[in-house]
Design a protein around this ligand. Structure first.
Ligand SMILES: [Mn+2]
Length: 370
């Protein structure tokens, strides 16, 4: 049984369920109409989803915990609807649950699941920037790429093919890793659509090694592969947060020799990164740009749940300054990688990742701000 209840500005919630029958809701602007769709399953249980219509389009809005408990429901990203494909979406959250490219601690195959679980706490509006992403773009969670946990090269092929399909619909992917290997096949698909892209790469590590143990594919090599294949517009590549021990004093010089701007963590200490991001926006310009954010860019005090932590990293405030500083850029895709839940029993690393992914959504092109 399916029923849709709709009034112009005032909404009567589902009358089929006694929990909701006395509630009413007023939408936040006269241009908006909000529709609650209630569906009763075989056991008589009622399920509520919400969509918001504006200017002839229907938007997906996470259910308000004014009516629906935070802890209920299948754990999709931000409690958005699940969709089988990216068709009809402006942006989509997608998981790539692998850790087979990891050099040290494993566990990032569980990243997307825990990020989704912790994201239940996120509400629809950005209180800091006044962004209203769900009044601007049609967004959903499209699930995970069906990776092959026994074969990393086959996994890369599966990721590339999945992202070709996502990008062909015009949808912007917001990817939950997974280890950083995934950036290589994703950027292959992104560059196939957009040509060589700019890159804002936030990380403790350069991830530009040539080989590890003779292997070309791994989480330490994705951006070397991208450069070799001409997928990056190297004069529009910025790496931020690099630090820690290396193989030689010249570890970051390979990237600089390609034309990258490399901003080591020491240049970020004790500072707001707002001025840096003004320079980044000038360097990136109006061309297509991809944002790849490794959670290990943050200090392990804030994000211990990751495979290759390095001390003295960025703060969550600086992470917000970087992402919010991307507003106005022509972002064509974003990822948040390297969350390894087994190393953080508090869930804070995944909670931080969920927030950063929401912030990425809030700076995509065409987002409305109040
Ligand atoms: Mn990385």
């Amino acid at each position: 049984m399916l029923s849709t209840l709709k009034q112009s500005n005032k909404l009567l919630l589902n009358v089929l369920d006694p929990r909701f029958c006395s509630k009413t809701c007023v939408s936040r602007g006269s241009a908006l109409t909000t529709t609650y769709l209630s569906q009763r399953d075989d056991r008589g249980k009622v399920h509520i989803t919400l969509s918001r219509g504006m200017a002839g389009r229907s938007y997906n809005v996470p259910p308000s915990d004014e009516f629906v408990s935070t802890v209920t429901g299948i754990a999709t990203m931000c409690k958005l609807p699940y969709r089988e494909t990216a068709e009809g979406l402006d942006a989509a959250f997608v998981g790539v649950p692998i850790d087979t490219g990891t050099s040290n601690r494993p566990g990032t195959r569980f990243g997307p699941r825990q990020i989704r679980a912790e994201s239940a706490h996120l509400l629809p509006y950005n209180g800091g920037t006044r962004a209203a992403p769900y009044e601007s773009l049609v967004v959903a969670d499209i699930g995970d790429v069906n990776v092959n946990v026994y074969d990393l090269k086959d996994t890369c092929k599966r990721i590339r093919e999945a992202f070709h399909k996502i990008l062909a619909t015009g949808c912007i992917p917001l990817t939950m890793g997974g280890d950083h290997t995934i950036a290589y096949p994703i950027i292959q698909a992104v560059a196939a659509k957009h040509g060589p892209v700019g890159l804002i790469h936030v990380d403790a590590h350069a991830d530009t090694s040539d080989v590890d143990l003779g292997e070309k594919i791994g989480h330490g090599t994705p951006f070397r592969r991208c450069v070799e294949e001409g997928l990056l517009d190297c004069k529009r590549v910025i790496q931020i947060g690099l630090r820690g021990t290396g193989y030689s004093p010249d570890d970051y010089e390979w990237g600089r020799a390609q034309g990258f701007r490399v901003v080591q963590a020491e240049e970020c200490w004790h500072k707001s990164l707002v001025p840096l991001m003004a320079e980044v926006r000038a360097q990136v310009g109006s061309g297509p740009v991809y944002l790849s954010f490794d959670i290990d860019a943050l200090d392990p005090a804030y994000a211990p749940g990751t495979g290759t932590p390095e001390i003295a990293g960025l703060t969550p405030i600086q992470a917000l300054e970087i992402i919010r500083g991307c507003r106005g850029l022509n972002l064509v895709g974003c990822d948040l990688v390297e969350v390894s839940p087994p190393y953080d029993t508090t869930g804070n690393t995944a909670l931080t990742a969920a927030n950063l992914l929401f912030e990425m959504l809030c700076v995509l092109p065409k987002i409305k701000y109040y």
